[in-house]
Design a protein around this ligand. Structure first.
Ligand code: GLN
Length: 602
Protein backbone atom coordinates (compact mmCIF):
# COMPACT_ATOMS: atom_id res chain seq x y z
CA UNK A 1 0.00 0.00 0.00
CA UNK A 2 1.39 3.48 -0.78
CA UNK A 3 2.32 5.58 2.28
CA UNK A 4 -0.52 7.75 3.51
CA UNK A 5 0.19 11.49 3.19
CA UNK A 6 -1.40 11.84 6.63
CA UNK A 7 1.09 9.42 8.17
CA UNK A 8 3.87 11.26 6.38
CA UNK A 9 2.62 14.49 7.85
CA UNK A 10 2.58 12.99 11.36
CA UNK A 11 6.12 11.69 10.85
CA UNK A 12 7.25 15.14 9.79
CA UNK A 13 5.58 16.60 12.86
CA UNK A 14 7.44 14.12 15.05
CA UNK A 15 10.72 14.99 13.31
CA UNK A 16 10.03 18.70 13.82
CA UNK A 17 9.55 18.37 17.59
CA UNK A 18 11.76 15.42 18.51
CA UNK A 19 14.60 17.82 19.25
CA UNK A 20 12.46 19.67 21.78
CA UNK A 21 14.06 18.50 25.03
CA UNK A 22 12.68 21.15 27.41
CA UNK A 23 10.90 20.11 30.56
CA UNK A 24 11.38 17.34 33.08
CA UNK A 25 9.96 13.89 33.62
CA UNK A 26 7.69 13.86 36.72
CA UNK A 27 9.48 12.48 39.77
CA UNK A 28 7.20 13.47 42.65
CA UNK A 29 5.68 10.04 42.08
CA UNK A 30 9.04 8.18 42.24
CA UNK A 31 8.06 5.38 39.85
CA UNK A 32 7.27 7.89 37.06
CA UNK A 33 10.90 9.04 37.02
CA UNK A 34 11.85 5.76 35.33
CA UNK A 35 10.11 6.80 32.10
CA UNK A 36 12.40 7.32 29.13
CA UNK A 37 12.30 11.09 28.49
CA UNK A 38 12.71 10.54 24.75
CA UNK A 39 9.54 8.47 24.26
CA UNK A 40 7.43 10.27 21.70
CA UNK A 41 4.27 9.04 20.04
CA UNK A 42 1.55 10.79 18.06
CA UNK A 43 -1.83 9.30 17.08
CA UNK A 44 -4.98 10.49 15.41
CA UNK A 45 -8.14 8.34 15.50
CA UNK A 46 -11.02 9.35 13.29
CA UNK A 47 -14.65 9.30 14.25
CA UNK A 48 -15.10 6.19 12.13
CA UNK A 49 -12.28 4.39 13.91
CA UNK A 50 -9.28 4.69 11.60
CA UNK A 51 -6.02 5.20 13.50
CA UNK A 52 -2.91 7.01 12.24
CA UNK A 53 0.03 6.38 14.55
CA UNK A 54 3.71 7.28 14.52
CA UNK A 55 6.60 6.91 16.97
CA UNK A 56 6.14 5.26 20.37
CA UNK A 57 2.41 4.91 19.89
CA UNK A 58 2.26 1.48 21.59
CA UNK A 59 4.48 2.30 24.59
CA UNK A 60 2.44 1.83 27.79
CA UNK A 61 2.35 4.62 30.36
CA UNK A 62 -0.09 5.65 33.07
CA UNK A 63 -3.14 7.82 32.45
CA UNK A 64 -2.69 9.96 35.55
CA UNK A 65 -4.98 13.00 35.27
CA UNK A 66 -6.38 11.96 31.91
CA UNK A 67 -8.47 9.59 34.04
CA UNK A 68 -10.29 12.55 35.58
CA UNK A 69 -12.73 13.55 32.79
CA UNK A 70 -13.55 9.88 32.16
CA UNK A 71 -14.42 9.26 35.82
CA UNK A 72 -16.39 12.51 35.80
CA UNK A 73 -18.48 11.11 32.93
CA UNK A 74 -19.00 7.87 34.86
CA UNK A 75 -20.28 9.63 37.99
CA UNK A 76 -22.56 11.86 35.89
CA UNK A 77 -24.11 8.68 34.51
CA UNK A 78 -24.38 7.07 37.93
CA UNK A 79 -25.66 10.06 39.91
CA UNK A 80 -27.20 12.48 37.44
CA UNK A 81 -26.12 16.05 36.79
CA UNK A 82 -27.74 17.75 39.81
CA UNK A 83 -26.12 15.54 42.44
CA UNK A 84 -22.72 15.89 40.84
CA UNK A 85 -22.97 19.66 40.33
CA UNK A 86 -23.93 20.07 44.00
CA UNK A 87 -20.60 18.56 45.01
CA UNK A 88 -18.21 19.56 42.23
CA UNK A 89 -18.20 22.88 40.34
CA UNK A 90 -17.35 23.51 36.69
CA UNK A 91 -15.27 26.69 37.05
CA UNK A 92 -11.66 26.81 35.89
CA UNK A 93 -9.52 27.32 38.97
CA UNK A 94 -6.55 28.97 37.29
CA UNK A 95 -4.46 27.06 39.79
CA UNK A 96 -2.09 24.12 39.77
CA UNK A 97 -3.52 20.61 39.48
CA UNK A 98 -2.78 19.76 43.07
CA UNK A 99 -4.05 23.06 44.55
CA UNK A 100 -6.53 22.78 47.39
CA UNK A 101 -9.15 24.87 45.52
CA UNK A 102 -12.42 24.54 47.39
CA UNK A 103 -15.28 27.01 47.54
CA UNK A 104 -15.00 28.74 50.93
CA UNK A 105 -18.54 28.08 52.22
CA UNK A 106 -19.44 24.70 50.75
CA UNK A 107 -16.01 23.17 50.34
CA UNK A 108 -16.99 22.04 46.83
CA UNK A 109 -13.94 21.72 44.53
CA UNK A 110 -14.00 24.22 41.68
CA UNK A 111 -13.96 21.61 38.93
CA UNK A 112 -13.56 17.86 38.41
CA UNK A 113 -10.20 18.07 36.65
CA UNK A 114 -8.08 19.39 39.52
CA UNK A 115 -7.12 16.74 42.06
CA UNK A 116 -9.66 17.95 44.63
CA UNK A 117 -12.53 17.63 42.15
CA UNK A 118 -11.28 14.31 40.83
CA UNK A 119 -11.05 12.84 44.33
CA UNK A 120 -14.55 14.13 45.07
CA UNK A 121 -15.72 12.43 41.86
CA UNK A 122 -14.15 9.16 43.03
CA UNK A 123 -16.28 9.48 46.16
CA UNK A 124 -19.38 9.40 43.94
CA UNK A 125 -18.49 6.18 42.08
CA UNK A 126 -20.92 3.38 42.94
CA UNK A 127 -19.54 0.57 45.10
CA UNK A 128 -18.81 0.13 48.78
CA UNK A 129 -15.19 -0.82 48.52
CA UNK A 130 -12.20 0.53 46.64
CA UNK A 131 -12.18 -2.75 44.68
CA UNK A 132 -15.79 -2.40 43.60
CA UNK A 133 -15.25 1.21 42.57
CA UNK A 134 -12.06 0.58 40.61
CA UNK A 135 -13.71 -2.34 38.82
CA UNK A 136 -16.36 0.06 37.52
CA UNK A 137 -13.69 2.55 36.49
CA UNK A 138 -11.62 -0.07 34.69
CA UNK A 139 -14.72 -1.33 32.92
CA UNK A 140 -15.66 2.14 31.69
CA UNK A 141 -12.13 3.11 30.63
CA UNK A 142 -11.72 -0.18 28.77
CA UNK A 143 -14.89 0.58 26.83
CA UNK A 144 -13.39 3.94 25.81
CA UNK A 145 -10.18 2.28 24.65
CA UNK A 146 -11.90 -0.72 23.07
CA UNK A 147 -9.63 -3.19 24.91
CA UNK A 148 -9.18 -4.48 28.47
CA UNK A 149 -6.93 -2.05 30.37
CA UNK A 150 -5.00 -2.88 33.55
CA UNK A 151 -3.28 -1.12 36.42
CA UNK A 152 0.44 -0.50 36.70
CA UNK A 153 0.82 -1.75 40.28
CA UNK A 154 4.29 -0.23 40.72
CA UNK A 155 3.06 3.25 39.84
CA UNK A 156 0.03 2.72 42.07
CA UNK A 157 2.16 1.64 45.04
CA UNK A 158 4.57 4.48 44.44
CA UNK A 159 1.79 7.07 44.35
CA UNK A 160 -0.06 5.57 47.30
CA UNK A 161 3.15 5.64 49.35
CA UNK A 162 3.85 9.30 48.59
CA UNK A 163 0.42 10.86 47.97
CA UNK A 164 0.28 12.77 51.25
CA UNK A 165 -0.96 15.96 49.66
CA UNK A 166 -3.84 14.12 47.96
CA UNK A 167 -4.67 12.50 51.32
CA UNK A 168 -4.77 15.98 52.84
CA UNK A 169 -7.18 17.02 50.09
CA UNK A 170 -9.28 13.93 50.89
CA UNK A 171 -9.58 14.92 54.54
CA UNK A 172 -10.50 18.49 53.56
CA UNK A 173 -13.28 17.08 51.41
CA UNK A 174 -14.38 14.87 54.32
CA UNK A 175 -14.41 17.96 56.56
CA UNK A 176 -16.89 19.68 54.21
CA UNK A 177 -18.92 16.47 53.83
CA UNK A 178 -18.14 16.41 50.10
CA UNK A 179 -16.87 12.94 50.95
CA UNK A 180 -19.33 11.17 53.21
CA UNK A 181 -16.99 8.60 54.71
CA UNK A 182 -13.43 8.03 55.78
CA UNK A 183 -11.55 9.06 52.64
CA UNK A 184 -9.02 6.22 52.32
CA UNK A 185 -10.99 3.92 49.94
CA UNK A 186 -11.79 6.90 47.76
CA UNK A 187 -8.13 7.92 47.63
CA UNK A 188 -7.00 4.40 46.80
CA UNK A 189 -9.54 4.39 43.98
CA UNK A 190 -8.13 7.70 42.79
CA UNK A 191 -4.51 6.48 42.93
CA UNK A 192 -5.49 3.34 41.06
CA UNK A 193 -7.41 5.12 38.32
CA UNK A 194 -4.37 7.38 37.78
CA UNK A 195 -2.23 4.23 37.43
CA UNK A 196 -4.30 2.66 34.66
CA UNK A 197 -1.97 1.78 31.83
CA UNK A 198 -2.65 3.02 28.30
CA UNK A 199 -0.83 3.76 25.08
CA UNK A 200 -0.90 6.83 22.90
CA UNK A 201 -3.11 4.86 20.51
CA UNK A 202 -5.57 4.23 23.36
CA UNK A 203 -5.69 7.96 24.06
CA UNK A 204 -6.58 8.73 20.45
CA UNK A 205 -9.34 6.10 20.46
CA UNK A 206 -10.68 7.39 23.77
CA UNK A 207 -10.77 10.83 22.15
CA UNK A 208 -12.49 9.40 19.07
CA UNK A 209 -15.06 7.81 21.39
CA UNK A 210 -15.88 11.24 22.83
CA UNK A 211 -15.87 12.70 19.30
CA UNK A 212 -18.31 9.96 18.30
CA UNK A 213 -20.91 10.81 20.94
CA UNK A 214 -19.65 8.31 23.52
CA UNK A 215 -19.46 5.17 21.35
CA UNK A 216 -16.09 3.58 20.61
CA UNK A 217 -15.98 3.69 16.79
CA UNK A 218 -14.06 0.42 16.46
CA UNK A 219 -15.95 -1.81 18.89
CA UNK A 220 -19.28 -0.03 18.56
CA UNK A 221 -19.64 -0.25 22.34
CA UNK A 222 -20.92 2.75 24.25
CA UNK A 223 -18.52 4.10 26.87
CA UNK A 224 -20.51 7.16 27.97
CA UNK A 225 -24.20 8.06 27.71
CA UNK A 226 -24.62 10.54 24.87
CA UNK A 227 -26.27 13.15 27.08
CA UNK A 228 -23.09 13.60 29.14
CA UNK A 229 -20.59 13.84 26.30
CA UNK A 230 -20.94 17.61 26.01
CA UNK A 231 -20.56 17.98 29.80
CA UNK A 232 -17.29 16.07 29.79
CA UNK A 233 -15.97 17.96 26.75
CA UNK A 234 -16.93 21.32 28.29
CA UNK A 235 -14.90 20.79 31.45
CA UNK A 236 -12.03 19.53 29.32
CA UNK A 237 -12.21 22.72 27.25
CA UNK A 238 -12.22 25.05 30.25
CA UNK A 239 -10.19 23.13 32.86
CA UNK A 240 -8.32 20.33 31.11
CA UNK A 241 -4.85 21.88 31.16
CA UNK A 242 -4.98 23.40 34.69
CA UNK A 243 -3.49 26.89 34.84
CA UNK A 244 -2.69 26.70 31.11
CA UNK A 245 -6.32 26.01 30.15
CA UNK A 246 -7.13 29.51 28.91
CA UNK A 247 -4.12 29.77 26.65
CA UNK A 248 -4.59 26.16 25.50
CA UNK A 249 -8.12 26.87 24.30
CA UNK A 250 -6.96 30.12 22.72
CA UNK A 251 -4.21 28.33 20.80
CA UNK A 252 -5.76 24.99 19.87
CA UNK A 253 -9.51 25.40 20.30
CA UNK A 254 -9.80 21.76 21.38
CA UNK A 255 -11.10 20.17 24.59
CA UNK A 256 -8.19 18.22 26.05
CA UNK A 257 -6.72 16.61 29.14
CA UNK A 258 -3.12 16.10 30.14
CA UNK A 259 -1.53 13.78 32.69
CA UNK A 260 1.82 13.81 34.47
CA UNK A 261 2.58 10.47 32.82
CA UNK A 262 3.25 12.54 29.68
CA UNK A 263 0.02 11.96 27.78
CA UNK A 264 -2.35 14.49 26.25
CA UNK A 265 -5.76 13.51 24.93
CA UNK A 266 -7.48 16.07 22.70
CA UNK A 267 -10.84 15.91 20.91
CA UNK A 268 -12.29 17.63 17.89
CA UNK A 269 -15.95 16.97 18.70
CA UNK A 270 -17.77 15.11 15.98
CA UNK A 271 -14.53 14.49 14.09
CA UNK A 272 -11.49 12.97 15.77
CA UNK A 273 -9.44 12.10 18.80
CA UNK A 274 -5.76 12.95 19.23
CA UNK A 275 -3.26 11.24 21.54
CA UNK A 276 0.26 12.56 22.11
CA UNK A 277 2.77 11.00 24.49
CA UNK A 278 6.10 12.47 25.59
CA UNK A 279 7.06 12.38 29.28
CA UNK A 280 8.94 15.67 29.68
CA UNK A 281 6.63 18.14 31.44
CA UNK A 282 6.50 21.91 31.71
CA UNK A 283 6.08 23.60 35.12
CA UNK A 284 2.27 23.21 34.87
CA UNK A 285 2.64 19.45 34.53
CA UNK A 286 1.73 19.30 30.80
CA UNK A 287 3.81 17.43 28.22
CA UNK A 288 6.07 19.96 26.46
CA UNK A 289 6.13 18.18 23.11
CA UNK A 290 2.49 17.24 23.53
CA UNK A 291 1.50 20.89 23.65
CA UNK A 292 3.77 21.77 20.73
CA UNK A 293 2.34 18.95 18.59
CA UNK A 294 -1.29 19.78 19.40
CA UNK A 295 -0.75 23.46 18.65
CA UNK A 296 0.81 22.61 15.29
CA UNK A 297 -1.94 20.08 14.47
CA UNK A 298 -4.71 22.52 15.33
CA UNK A 299 -3.17 25.32 13.28
CA UNK A 300 -2.07 23.25 10.28
CA UNK A 301 -5.13 21.01 9.99
CA UNK A 302 -7.57 23.82 10.85
CA UNK A 303 -9.01 22.02 13.89
CA UNK A 304 -9.74 25.07 16.08
CA UNK A 305 -13.41 24.81 17.07
CA UNK A 306 -13.98 28.53 16.84
CA UNK A 307 -12.44 28.83 13.40
CA UNK A 308 -15.07 30.66 11.38
CA UNK A 309 -13.30 29.75 8.14
CA UNK A 310 -14.22 26.06 8.32
CA UNK A 311 -15.82 25.07 5.02
CA UNK A 312 -19.58 24.85 5.01
CA UNK A 313 -21.75 24.05 2.01
CA UNK A 314 -24.93 26.09 1.60
CA UNK A 315 -28.05 24.08 2.42
CA UNK A 316 -29.69 24.87 -0.94
CA UNK A 317 -28.17 22.83 -3.80
CA UNK A 318 -30.80 23.76 -6.29
CA UNK A 319 -33.63 26.26 -6.38
CA UNK A 320 -36.09 26.18 -9.23
CA UNK A 321 -39.75 26.70 -10.07
CA UNK A 322 -42.58 25.01 -12.00
CA UNK A 323 -41.40 27.05 -14.99
CA UNK A 324 -38.42 24.69 -15.29
CA UNK A 325 -39.64 21.40 -13.84
CA UNK A 326 -43.11 19.94 -13.95
CA UNK A 327 -44.81 16.84 -12.64
CA UNK A 328 -45.33 14.01 -15.07
CA UNK A 329 -49.06 14.47 -14.89
CA UNK A 330 -50.09 15.60 -18.39
CA UNK A 331 -52.86 18.16 -18.62
CA UNK A 332 -55.28 19.29 -21.32
CA UNK A 333 -53.88 22.29 -23.22
CA UNK A 334 -55.90 24.99 -21.42
CA UNK A 335 -54.89 23.62 -18.04
CA UNK A 336 -51.26 23.24 -19.09
CA UNK A 337 -51.25 26.84 -20.26
CA UNK A 338 -52.56 28.05 -16.94
CA UNK A 339 -49.86 26.09 -15.09
CA UNK A 340 -47.20 27.53 -17.34
CA UNK A 341 -48.28 31.06 -16.50
CA UNK A 342 -48.54 30.37 -12.79
CA UNK A 343 -45.21 28.49 -12.78
CA UNK A 344 -43.36 30.86 -10.44
CA UNK A 345 -45.86 30.26 -7.67
CA UNK A 346 -44.66 26.69 -7.21
CA UNK A 347 -41.05 26.47 -5.97
CA UNK A 348 -38.79 23.49 -5.56
CA UNK A 349 -35.61 23.43 -3.44
CA UNK A 350 -33.14 20.58 -3.17
CA UNK A 351 -31.38 20.75 0.19
CA UNK A 352 -28.07 19.15 1.12
CA UNK A 353 -25.69 18.49 3.99
CA UNK A 354 -26.44 18.32 7.67
CA UNK A 355 -29.37 20.54 8.57
CA UNK A 356 -29.00 22.42 11.84
CA UNK A 357 -30.29 25.86 12.75
CA UNK A 358 -27.63 27.80 10.86
CA UNK A 359 -28.20 25.83 7.65
CA UNK A 360 -32.01 25.99 7.69
CA UNK A 361 -32.31 29.61 8.73
CA UNK A 362 -31.50 31.11 5.28
CA UNK A 363 -33.94 28.66 3.64
CA UNK A 364 -36.71 29.69 6.00
CA UNK A 365 -35.83 33.35 5.47
CA UNK A 366 -36.16 32.96 1.69
CA UNK A 367 -39.44 31.05 1.99
CA UNK A 368 -40.97 33.74 4.16
CA UNK A 369 -39.74 36.47 1.81
CA UNK A 370 -41.32 34.74 -1.21
CA UNK A 371 -44.47 33.56 0.57
CA UNK A 372 -46.76 36.27 -0.77
CA UNK A 373 -45.95 35.33 -4.40
CA UNK A 374 -45.81 31.57 -3.92
CA UNK A 375 -48.55 29.02 -3.27
CA UNK A 376 -46.45 25.99 -2.61
CA UNK A 377 -42.86 25.30 -1.57
CA UNK A 378 -41.32 21.84 -1.96
CA UNK A 379 -38.18 20.87 -0.03
CA UNK A 380 -36.44 17.81 -1.44
CA UNK A 381 -34.38 16.13 1.31
CA UNK A 382 -32.65 13.38 -0.69
CA UNK A 383 -29.13 14.81 -0.29
CA UNK A 384 -29.58 15.76 3.35
CA UNK A 385 -27.23 13.80 5.62
CA UNK A 386 -28.64 14.67 9.03
CA UNK A 387 -31.34 16.83 10.59
CA UNK A 388 -31.24 17.98 14.18
CA UNK A 389 -34.32 18.74 16.32
CA UNK A 390 -33.82 22.49 15.97
CA UNK A 391 -34.02 22.14 12.20
CA UNK A 392 -37.12 19.91 12.15
CA UNK A 393 -39.00 22.14 14.54
CA UNK A 394 -38.04 25.20 12.49
CA UNK A 395 -39.39 23.51 9.36
CA UNK A 396 -42.56 22.46 11.16
CA UNK A 397 -42.98 26.05 12.38
CA UNK A 398 -42.52 27.36 8.83
CA UNK A 399 -45.20 25.00 7.54
CA UNK A 400 -47.61 26.16 10.27
CA UNK A 401 -46.85 29.80 9.55
CA UNK A 402 -47.48 29.30 5.82
CA UNK A 403 -50.74 27.43 6.42
CA UNK A 404 -51.93 30.53 8.30
CA UNK A 405 -51.29 32.46 5.06
CA UNK A 406 -53.09 29.73 3.07
CA UNK A 407 -49.76 28.63 1.55
CA UNK A 408 -48.17 25.21 1.68
CA UNK A 409 -44.76 23.73 2.52
CA UNK A 410 -44.27 20.07 1.60
CA UNK A 411 -41.36 17.63 1.51
CA UNK A 412 -40.15 15.14 -1.05
CA UNK A 413 -37.72 12.20 -1.07
CA UNK A 414 -37.68 12.38 2.70
CA UNK A 415 -38.27 8.76 3.64
CA UNK A 416 -35.05 8.72 5.73
CA UNK A 417 -36.35 11.65 7.78
CA UNK A 418 -40.00 10.63 7.79
CA UNK A 419 -40.18 9.82 11.51
CA UNK A 420 -38.26 12.93 12.55
CA UNK A 421 -40.58 15.14 10.51
CA UNK A 422 -43.67 13.42 11.94
CA UNK A 423 -42.27 13.78 15.47
CA UNK A 424 -41.80 17.49 14.86
CA UNK A 425 -45.53 17.76 14.13
CA UNK A 426 -45.49 17.72 10.33
CA UNK A 427 -48.45 15.74 9.00
CA UNK A 428 -48.09 12.73 6.74
CA UNK A 429 -49.92 14.46 3.89
CA UNK A 430 -46.99 16.87 3.61
CA UNK A 431 -44.44 14.16 2.88
CA UNK A 432 -44.11 12.83 -0.70
CA UNK A 433 -41.98 10.01 -2.10
CA UNK A 434 -40.54 12.09 -4.93
CA UNK A 435 -40.59 15.46 -6.66
CA UNK A 436 -43.05 14.22 -9.25
CA UNK A 437 -45.87 13.58 -6.78
CA UNK A 438 -44.99 16.69 -4.76
CA UNK A 439 -45.05 18.81 -7.92
CA UNK A 440 -48.38 17.32 -8.97
CA UNK A 441 -49.80 18.20 -5.55
CA UNK A 442 -48.48 21.74 -5.94
CA UNK A 443 -49.87 22.00 -9.48
CA UNK A 444 -53.28 20.87 -8.27
CA UNK A 445 -53.18 23.64 -5.67
CA UNK A 446 -52.49 26.18 -8.41
CA UNK A 447 -55.31 24.72 -10.53
CA UNK A 448 -57.81 24.58 -7.67
CA UNK A 449 -57.81 28.37 -7.76
CA UNK A 450 -59.44 28.69 -11.15
CA UNK A 451 -60.47 25.32 -12.57
CA UNK A 452 -63.21 23.78 -10.53
CA UNK A 453 -64.92 21.47 -12.98
CA UNK A 454 -62.89 21.17 -16.12
CA UNK A 455 -64.34 18.34 -18.15
CA UNK A 456 -61.12 16.32 -18.17
CA UNK A 457 -62.87 13.18 -19.16
CA UNK A 458 -64.34 14.47 -22.46
CA UNK A 459 -63.63 12.36 -25.51
CA UNK A 460 -60.96 13.54 -27.95
CA UNK A 461 -61.86 12.99 -31.61
CA UNK A 462 -59.23 11.20 -33.71
CA UNK A 463 -58.16 14.29 -35.66
CA UNK A 464 -57.32 16.04 -32.37
CA UNK A 465 -54.98 13.23 -31.32
CA UNK A 466 -51.27 13.98 -31.84
CA UNK A 467 -50.65 10.76 -33.79
CA UNK A 468 -53.43 11.53 -36.28
CA UNK A 469 -52.68 15.20 -36.93
CA UNK A 470 -52.66 16.36 -40.54
CA UNK A 471 -54.65 13.47 -42.12
CA UNK A 472 -57.24 13.90 -44.88
CA UNK A 473 -60.85 13.00 -44.10
CA UNK A 474 -60.81 9.72 -46.03
CA UNK A 475 -57.51 8.74 -44.40
CA UNK A 476 -59.11 9.34 -40.99
CA UNK A 477 -62.02 7.13 -42.05
CA UNK A 478 -59.57 4.39 -42.97
CA UNK A 479 -57.88 4.72 -39.60
CA UNK A 480 -61.25 4.59 -37.82
CA UNK A 481 -61.81 1.15 -39.39
CA UNK A 482 -58.26 -0.01 -38.75
CA UNK A 483 -58.03 0.87 -35.05
CA UNK A 484 -59.43 -1.32 -32.30
CA UNK A 485 -61.20 0.35 -29.36
CA UNK A 486 -60.51 -0.74 -25.78
CA UNK A 487 -61.93 0.51 -22.50
CA UNK A 488 -60.48 0.21 -19.01
CA UNK A 489 -61.66 0.91 -15.49
CA UNK A 490 -59.83 3.00 -12.93
CA UNK A 491 -56.79 1.12 -11.60
CA UNK A 492 -56.82 -1.46 -14.40
CA UNK A 493 -53.50 -2.35 -16.01
CA UNK A 494 -53.42 -1.40 -19.68
CA UNK A 495 -49.88 -2.59 -20.30
CA UNK A 496 -47.68 -4.65 -17.96
CA UNK A 497 -43.91 -4.48 -17.71
CA UNK A 498 -42.25 -7.43 -19.48
CA UNK A 499 -45.02 -7.99 -22.03
CA UNK A 500 -44.22 -8.07 -25.71
CA UNK A 501 -45.06 -4.93 -27.61
CA UNK A 502 -47.10 -5.38 -30.72
CA UNK A 503 -49.54 -2.57 -30.04
CA UNK A 504 -49.50 1.21 -30.14
CA UNK A 505 -52.00 3.10 -27.96
CA UNK A 506 -53.73 6.44 -28.37
CA UNK A 507 -55.84 7.64 -25.44
CA UNK A 508 -59.12 9.14 -26.51
CA UNK A 509 -60.71 9.48 -23.05
CA UNK A 510 -59.32 9.72 -19.52
CA UNK A 511 -55.73 9.49 -18.39
CA UNK A 512 -53.19 6.83 -17.49
CA UNK A 513 -49.97 6.60 -15.51
CA UNK A 514 -46.67 4.92 -16.42
CA UNK A 515 -44.93 3.62 -13.32
CA UNK A 516 -42.37 1.18 -11.96
CA UNK A 517 -42.54 -0.39 -8.52
CA UNK A 518 -39.89 0.89 -6.03
CA UNK A 519 -39.02 0.41 -2.35
CA UNK A 520 -41.38 3.14 -1.16
CA UNK A 521 -44.30 2.33 -3.45
CA UNK A 522 -44.25 3.36 -7.06
CA UNK A 523 -42.35 5.91 -9.05
CA UNK A 524 -44.27 7.54 -11.82
CA UNK A 525 -42.28 7.80 -15.00
CA UNK A 526 -44.85 9.60 -17.05
CA UNK A 527 -48.54 10.15 -17.47
CA UNK A 528 -50.79 10.42 -20.47
CA UNK A 529 -54.05 12.06 -21.04
CA UNK A 530 -56.64 12.16 -23.76
CA UNK A 531 -55.12 12.81 -27.20
CA UNK A 532 -51.68 11.35 -26.39
CA UNK A 533 -49.80 8.33 -27.68
CA UNK A 534 -48.10 5.67 -25.56
CA UNK A 535 -46.36 2.34 -26.10
CA UNK A 536 -44.61 3.88 -29.10
CA UNK A 537 -41.01 3.26 -28.00
CA UNK A 538 -41.41 -0.49 -27.46
CA UNK A 539 -43.68 -0.71 -30.53
CA UNK A 540 -40.86 0.66 -32.66
CA UNK A 541 -37.83 -1.15 -31.19
CA UNK A 542 -39.83 -4.32 -30.38
CA UNK A 543 -38.38 -4.55 -26.87
CA UNK A 544 -40.61 -5.82 -24.06
CA UNK A 545 -42.63 -3.20 -22.16
CA UNK A 546 -40.37 -1.46 -19.61
CA UNK A 547 -43.07 -0.24 -17.20
CA UNK A 548 -46.70 -0.61 -16.19
CA UNK A 549 -49.42 1.63 -17.56
CA UNK A 550 -52.47 1.95 -15.32
CA UNK A 551 -55.79 3.69 -15.90
CA UNK A 552 -56.24 6.65 -13.55
CA UNK A 553 -59.99 6.74 -14.17
CA UNK A 554 -62.20 5.34 -16.92
CA UNK A 555 -60.00 5.19 -20.00
CA UNK A 556 -60.75 4.64 -23.66
CA UNK A 557 -57.90 3.77 -26.06
CA UNK A 558 -57.59 3.30 -29.80
CA UNK A 559 -55.10 0.57 -30.60
CA UNK A 560 -52.96 0.08 -33.68
CA UNK A 561 -51.68 -3.49 -34.01
CA UNK A 562 -48.43 -4.34 -35.75
CA UNK A 563 -50.39 -6.38 -38.26
CA UNK A 564 -52.51 -3.40 -39.26
CA UNK A 565 -49.44 -1.17 -39.30
CA UNK A 566 -47.69 -3.57 -41.71
CA UNK A 567 -50.75 -3.82 -43.99
CA UNK A 568 -50.52 -0.07 -44.55
CA UNK A 569 -47.26 -0.60 -46.49
CA UNK A 570 -49.19 -1.86 -49.49
CA UNK A 571 -52.73 -0.59 -48.80
CA UNK A 572 -52.03 3.06 -47.89
CA UNK A 573 -48.33 4.03 -47.93
CA UNK A 574 -49.15 7.74 -47.58
CA UNK A 575 -50.95 7.01 -44.29
CA UNK A 576 -48.00 5.00 -43.05
CA UNK A 577 -45.54 7.78 -43.87
CA UNK A 578 -47.67 10.35 -42.10
CA UNK A 579 -47.98 8.09 -39.04
CA UNK A 580 -44.20 7.66 -38.91
CA UNK A 581 -43.71 11.43 -39.23
CA UNK A 582 -46.12 12.04 -36.35
CA UNK A 583 -44.39 9.38 -34.22
CA UNK A 584 -41.00 10.98 -34.87
CA UNK A 585 -42.41 14.39 -34.03
CA UNK A 586 -43.81 13.13 -30.72
CA UNK A 587 -40.50 11.53 -29.78
CA UNK A 588 -38.41 14.57 -30.59
CA UNK A 589 -40.76 16.60 -28.39
CA UNK A 590 -40.17 14.11 -25.57
CA UNK A 591 -36.38 14.31 -25.94
CA UNK A 592 -36.51 18.09 -25.89
CA UNK A 593 -38.67 18.08 -22.77
CA UNK A 594 -36.37 15.64 -20.94
CA UNK A 595 -33.23 17.59 -21.84
CA UNK A 596 -34.75 20.82 -20.57
CA UNK A 597 -35.76 19.18 -17.30
CA UNK A 598 -32.35 17.53 -16.82
CA UNK A 599 -30.65 20.88 -17.30
CA UNK A 600 -32.92 22.51 -14.73
CA UNK A 601 -32.17 19.83 -12.15
CA UNK A 602 -28.38 20.01 -12.51
N1 GLN B 1 -1.92 11.06 40.08
C1 GLN B 1 -1.45 12.38 39.87
C2 GLN B 1 -1.60 13.21 41.12
O1 GLN B 1 -2.60 13.16 41.76
C3 GLN B 1 -2.20 13.01 38.74
C4 GLN B 1 -1.75 14.41 38.47
C5 GLN B 1 -1.71 14.77 37.04
O2 GLN B 1 -1.61 13.94 36.17
N2 GLN B 1 -1.67 16.06 36.78
O3 GLN B 1 -0.69 13.92 41.49
Amino acid sequence: MPASPILEYLESLRARFVGLADGKVADYIPELSHSDPDWFGICIATRDGFVYEVGDSRQPFTLQSISKPLTYGLVLEENGEDTVLAKIGVEPSGEAFNAISLRPQTGAPLNPLINAGAIAACGLIQGDTAEAKIARVLGAFSRYAGRALDIDERVYNSESATGHRNRAIGWMLRNFAILGNEPSPTLETYFRQCSIRVTCRDLALMGATLANGGVNPVSGVRALAEEYVDNVLSVMATCGMYDYSGEWLYRTGLPAKSGVGGGILAVQPGRLGIGVFSPRLDPQGNSVRGIAVCRALAAELGLHLFDAAQPRAPAVRLATTRRKVASKQRRPPAVAEHLRKAGKRLRLYHLQGPLAFAAVEPVVREIMALASDTNCFILNLRMVQAIDPAATSLLAGTRRELLGLRKVLIFSESSTWWQLLIDAGIDREAIFTDDDFALEYGENLLLAECFQDVAWEAQTPLEKCALFAGFELEQLALLERLLATRCYQRGQTIVAAGQSSDELFVITRGSAMVSVPTQNGVTRLNSFTSGMTFGDIAFIDRSPRSANVTALGPVECRVLTRQAFTRLDSEAPAVKIRLLQNLAHGMSGMVRHLSRELAALK
